[in-house]
Write a protein that binds this ligand. Structure first.
Ligand code: CDP
Ligand code: MG
Length: 152
């Protein structure tokens, strides 16, 4: 089923010039970019976005990291998009991420893993995160010209 998912190039990806690489991989796969913006995440938004990790030992470092510089927030659409993007970004810890995944090819450290994507095992996480970062009018509904060649 076609769905939307939230993806974010984290501050390390922006600083390391990896935004284009991340966008390119998702585009090449056939996913459709329906929203995107460079933005700063303040502490309040960081705490909301990572609410599930509030009680974890790494929470303060995580909030510090994600608020440390601009991010590139995106919404991508496509068949089974949430699960497919998760498999493309790789394991949370880049040390365990398979080569060929974004984290496996571009990161080494758990605390600097370049990209966020909605969890496909957490029902509704994609739409919840989209709501947190985007107004509906910032998201466009359109057809890619290659869609008839991407889907049977
Ligand atoms: O980002 P992902 O959904 O793969 O992982 P998560 O378990 O939801 O954790 C969110 C983020 O917290 C990770 O992407 C890491 O940046 C960070 N983290 C960390 O710094 N140390 C950990 N032990 C676990 C996660
Ligand atoms: Mg997560």
């Amino acid at each position: 089923m076609s769905e939307r998912t939230f993806v974010m190039a984290k501050p390390d990806a922006v600083q390391r010039g990896l935004v284009g690489e991340i966008v390119s991989r998702l585009e090449d796969r056939g996913l459709k970019l329906v929203g995107g913006k460079v933005m700063a995440i303040d502490r309040e938004l960081a705490e909301q976005h990572y609410a599930e990790h509030r009680d974890k030992g790494f929470f303060e470092d995580l909030v510090g990291f994600i608020t440390a510089g601009p991010v590139f927030a995106m919404v991508w659409a496509g068949e089974d998009a949430t699960r497919q993007v998760r498999s493309m970004i790789g394991d949370t810890d880049p040390a365990d991420a398979d080569p060929g995944t974004i984290r496996g090819d571009h990161a080494l450290d758990l605390g600097r893993n370049v990209v966020h994507a909605s969890d496909h095992e957490d029902a509704g996480a994609n739409e919840r995160e989209i709501d947190l970062f985007f107004e509906e009018h910032e998201l466009l509904d359109y057809e890619r010209v290659d869609e008839t060649w991407l889907y049977e």
